[in-house]
Design a protein around this ligand. Structure first.
Ligand SMILES: Nc1ncnc2c1ncn2[C@@H]1O[C@@H]2COP(=O)(O)O[C@H]2[C@H]1O
Length: 191
């Protein structure tokens, strides 16, 4: 359930240790529930998660939040502005203590143009992200929530991270009340 990208993580470790590139990369720490990016904000930096987990969510006009994904080590954040020059598509919030590598948009574009391994890692990450979004959409169309929920709970148990019922219901696009009812139906009241 939590997506990671160890290839990009290793590359960032290498770039931040290399004398030629380390000056262009800084680190930032965030605490639980602190927001790294706010939806519609204009961003000057791109981030790669060094450690910790975030949730990214969209707030719709009816003020409901929909969680797009949970992302961990090596995942890229904030690239939309750097690549498409558009404001942030969603909000990114830490759900565990978080450390991110910080790169300016200009430097991010420079790495894309001059470091082939960086370019390849970003391309692969973005392709994987499209596939993951498609898989989630297809799962939600083809299976009932009653079928999806036990699988999700099983995955959660192996993550060693506490997800709130609010997070889980926003990931599934249902109310906490509906989630509680479904948990009761499958004989599970806590997560
Ligand atoms: N569906 C998604 N899956 C994973 N990450 C996403 C998704 N949508 C947005 N993001 C990330 O959240 C970030 C919010 O700021 P940006 O739109 O600049 O860039 C976005 C991506 O890095």
């Amino acid at each position: 359930m939590i997506k990671t990208n160890l290839a990009l993580l290793q590359l960032m470790e290498k770039l931040s240790a290399d004398n030629n590139t380390k000056g262009a990369i800084t680190l930032r720490n965030l605490s639980v529930r602190q927001q790294l990016i706010q939806q519609d904000q204009s961003l000057q930096h791109v981030y790669v998660i060094r450690s910790g987990v975030i949730k990214c969510f969209m707030t719709e006009e009816n003020e409901k939040d929909y969680i797009l994904d949970f992302l961990g080590e090596g995942e890229l954040l904030g690239e939309i502005e750097a690549i498409r020059r558009m404001p942030a598509s969603c909000t990114v919030e830490a759900i565990t203590p978080l450390t991110v590598y910080v790169i300016s948009n200009t430097q991010f574009r420079h790495f894309l143009e001059t470091v082939p391994a960086f370019n390849a890692a970003i391309m692969e990450l973005l392709v994987n992200r499209v596939m993951r979004i498609s898989e989630k959409a297809s799962r939600q169309q083809l299976y009932t929530l009653a079928e999806i929920l036990p699988q999700l709970l099983h995955t959660l148990q192996s993550q060693h991270i506490t997800f709130t019922k609010q997070d889980l219901s926003e990931y599934l696009g249902i109310s906490v009340r509906s989630l509680n009812r479904m948990l009761k139906d499958i004989g599970q009241t806590a997560i």
